[in-house]
Design a protein around this ligand. Structure first.
Ligand SMILES: [Cu+2]
Length: 185
């Protein structure tokens, strides 16, 4: 299944620095891949930035949202039509019911796990919310690049996931100035 390549973080001394890297599949940049450092709880939930899963132009934005477990995720309806957002499968289960344009509902993803999010009215709307046991988590952009901010010095097990339930794992060696690289075959 998953194959793993290199590693490395940009951490110096006792300070914390961003861990940057790139995700590739078959040699090509992979967007919407989640990368996190396992078992690194980081700041208390109250200190974390808010997370938003928006509804706009009959899409969820972003398509893949990754958050530390315990995060409150705001789900505004920024569209011109009603939506009915739900998750019935794994992870957090909920049904927000019909709610109108301009309103926001909030779901707390209190346990680690993958939730598949849909809309009852628009079958093409789909998103993933991956809650992880870590404060150090990022999603790759269209160039496959990601940045995990403020990582304290140390050695970590990293994990990666992308849609289709492909996973990868490895160990981060602290070595300044070299990017982390994750590849799937
Ligand atoms: Cu909808």
């Amino acid at each position: 299944m998953a194959l793993v390549a290199g590693v490395v973080a940009g951490v110096r001394g006792a300070s914390s620095e961003p861990v940057t890297g790139v995700v590739r599949v078959g040699g090509r940049p992979q967007k919407d891949a989640v990368v996190w450092l396992e078992g690194a709880p980081g700041p208390a939930p109250a200190a974390r930035p808010r997370a938003v899963l928006d509804q706009r132009n009959l899409q969820f934005i972003p398509h893949v949202l990754a958050v530390p477990a315990g995060t409150r995720v705001e789900m505004p309806n920024s569209d011109r039509v009603f939506h009915n957002v739900f998750s019935f499968h794994d992870g957090k289960r909920f049904d927000l019911g019909l709610y109108p344009v301009g309103t926001t509902k909030v779901v707390t993803f209190d346990q680690p796990g993958l939730s598949r999010i849909f809309c009852n009215i628009h079958p093409n709307m789909a998103a993933y919310v991956l809650a992880v046991d870590s404060a150090y988590v990022a999603v790759s952009d269209r160039d496959g690049r990601f940045t995990i901010a403020g990582v304290p010095a140390g050695t970590y097990t990293w994990r990666a996931w992308r849609p289709g339930n492909h996973t990868a794992t490895g160990t981060i060696a602290v070595e300044p100035g070299r990017p982390m690289e994750i590849t799937w075959p």
